[in-house]
Design a protein around this ligand. Sequence first.
Ligand code: ATP
Length: 308
Amino acid sequence: MPAKVIVRDLSKRYGGVEAVRGVSFAIEAGEIFGLLGPNGAGKTTTLECLVGLREADAGELEVCGLDARKQPGEVKQRIGVALQSTALPDKITPREALKLFGAFYRKRAEPAALLARFALTEKADARFDTLSGGQRQRLALALAFVNQPELVLLDEPTTGLDPAARRELHAEILQMKRDGHTVLLTTHYLDEAEQLCDRIAIIDRGRVIATGAPRELIAQSSGSQSVTLVTKPGIGGAAVAGLPGASDVRSEGGAVKFRTARPTETLAALAALLAAQRVELVELQVKKASLEEVFVGLTKSEAAGGKS
Ligand code: ATP
């Protein structure tokens, strides 16, 4: 199946700010693809160029097989978009908004079906200004579905929601995939990306610095195991720092925490050290790095490299 989205060398500047500098990625049909990156990285700008809300300065944008720079109107018929905040008139009701938005499209879904799907039936005739944040987000998603889109683009869909509402939205996003939609989302929540996304691109200062499945990125990252150690008596951080492969050693609340890229070697040396010093092992935890650690490591090393 051809890719649903192809972005090649996208660039966009606002006056003196180079917001996006040669971003490229492709999204296969049926995937949930995440764009991650720190504040100001260029995620929203990339998404807005894709949906025709901003004009790209350079690059190629292909959406649902169409040239998005040349045929933005046709692209809009095929995609659904939920931006960070949905501004609607105070007095409009969800039912009215769905009817109104649906009128712009050739292909449209029934408002009643969308209200039911996004758990808004009870609020169908309530004014927009009386909806809670979570209900507004669900309405934004319902509006993104009025034209039965092939591709759904969600800009930070769960920002500001309580944990239960976030979980509900996660379930909705996974349902979109099961129903055959392709999903592009931006998020600041690394756990969210790890749970939902088949693949992600990490953007930092207008460039893509890593692309792949969350699990692949975690596996590729160096120093990927994190170790927590508690002994009796406590063993000093300096002794741990001397173990082969150990790095980033710190003491936290009676435990020594560190990272290692060579866990087998590090732990064998640790066991020998504890036995030689007759120190009792109370707790030992070895965990793979989370996507969050990978992300922080990658964006930190970009900043240190000072690439421009
Ligand atoms: P966040 O996670 O904070 O939403 P983002 O990754 O979505 O950030 P963008 O909103 O795309 O980032 O912004 C990228 C850069 O472009 C930032 O430096 C931002 O200040 C700048 N920028 C965005 N919109 C405009 C605008 N309308 N005019 C001028 N500069 C802008």
